[in-house]
Design a protein around this ligand. Structure first.
Ligand code: SF4
Length: 365
């Protein structure tokens, strides 16, 4: 299976319950940013730039938990900033897991090895390590030498202790997809359980606009990516991949499905655009004018194809298709069993070249 059975079952039950109660808008994945500080200054990162005035602010564990409870999403993606520099992260993770949630801990991977003993492996917890290419490329993207090697050592240590590990790769205009295939081949040797790929976010705060793609460029790039990367354990859903390739223009943004909470509050409308922050999730959901956002409605959305806007759309959007459910189910069941490192790769040189299948009977066809 592509995701742990408990995660699929939990998500399916959650969605079925919301549909039965005819709840129109509800979250699938909460993006929790306990802090925006980071030990790196990656070229494409908007967070450290957008929030530079408040970069030292942090949420308390209690604030995080109140937000998790209020939101109710079954999956929490802990991101930032670099969450592994948040002093009380291990307690936060434990408390969220105790609430029956699933966690993706999004990290640059540099502190995994050092802090691994603070965590317990469980099928409800993934380390999600950011890797944008092989060593030279990745270190260039994150603007520091040695980051790739440290991330690989973290992955290796986590897999040796039985943790679930996936990776996330941002595809830029200049990304060499052959290199990404080599990266995934190498990560397979380390027992990595899956990969997400997504187009770069065109943050207003990022000065290097030449790395971002137009909608047409994204579609061309992902048509190529789908061919080159199809044999790997992609955790990006097939419907979202269709959308990225320009085959599902009917999907509309469902940013409320992936809400973001950070030291400034609930970020509206989405991870990418900040038109305001709300103190409560209820206000975020009810006071954001969702009809104002999406392609054809707001010029800032015109080239947006990011996962926070469109990954949940096949499940949550108004234009769901019956066959989407079956494709998602088939995709989930056809995935790989969570991996163990291959014994032959225990000495692998890090320099060697190398987004749920819910059922929904109420949907439109
Ligand atoms: S289309 Fe993209 S930028 Fe616009 S609201 Fe949705 S996620 Fe945000």
């Amino acid at each position: 299976m592509r995701f742990p059975l408990t995660m699929t079952a939990k998500l399916s039950g959650y969605i079925a319950g919301k549909r039965m109660r005819r709840v129109e808008k509800f979250p699938l994945v909460m993006m929790l940013e306990p802090l925006h500080a980071c030990n790196l200054t990656c070229t494409g990162c908007g967070r450290i730039r957008e929030y530079k005035e408040t970069i030292k602010e942090q949420l308390t564990v209690e604030q995080c938990l109140r937000a998790v409870d209020e939101c109710g999403a079954p999956i929490v993606s802990i991101c930032g900033g670099e969450p592994m520099i948040y002093r009380e992260l291990a307690r936060l993770v434990r408390e969220i897991l105790d609430r029956g949630k699933h966690i993706y801990l999004c990290t640059n991977g540099m502190f995994i090895q050092k802090r691994l003993k603070e965590y317990q492996p469980t099928s409800s917890f993934f380390f999600n390590v950011h890797l944008d290419g092989l060593e030279a490329t990745h270190d260039l993207c994150v603007e520091r030498k040695g980051v790739f090697r440290q991330a690989i050592e973290g992955i290796r240590a986590a897999k040796a202790e039985g943790f679930m590990v996936c990776t996330n790769t941002t595809i830029y205009k200049q990304t060499d997809l052959g290199e990404i295939a080599d990266l995934f081949e190498y990560l397979k040797e380390l027992g990595v359980d899956g990969h997400t790929i997504a187009p770069s976010y065109s943050y207003a705060a990022v000065q290097h606009k030449e790395i971002f793609m137009s909608r047409q460029e994204i579609q061309a790039k992902f048509r190529q990516a789908a061919k080159v990367l199809e044999k790997y354990a992609l955790m990006t859903s097939p419907i979202y991949l269709d959308y990225l390739q320009g085959e599902r223009e009917d999907l509309m943004c469902t940013a409320w499905g992936n809400p973001t909470y950070n030291p400034s509050g609930w970020k509206a409308p989405c991870y990418l655009i900040t038109d305001g922050h709300h103190a409560t999730f209820k206000d975020f959901l009810e006071k954001t004018d969702w009809e104002r956002y999406g392609r054809g409605r707001d010029p800032r959305c015109e080239h947006c194809m990011v996962h926070v806007g469109y990954e949940p759309s096949a499940v949550l959007g108004a234009n769901r298709r019956l066959r989407d459910t079956w494709r998602l189910l088939k995709w989930q069941l056809s995935g790989v069993t969570p991996g163990r490192p291959r014994s032959s790769s225990s000495e692998a040189d890090p320099c060697s070249p190398l987004s749920p299948a819910p059922t929904d009977s109420s949907e439109a066809t």
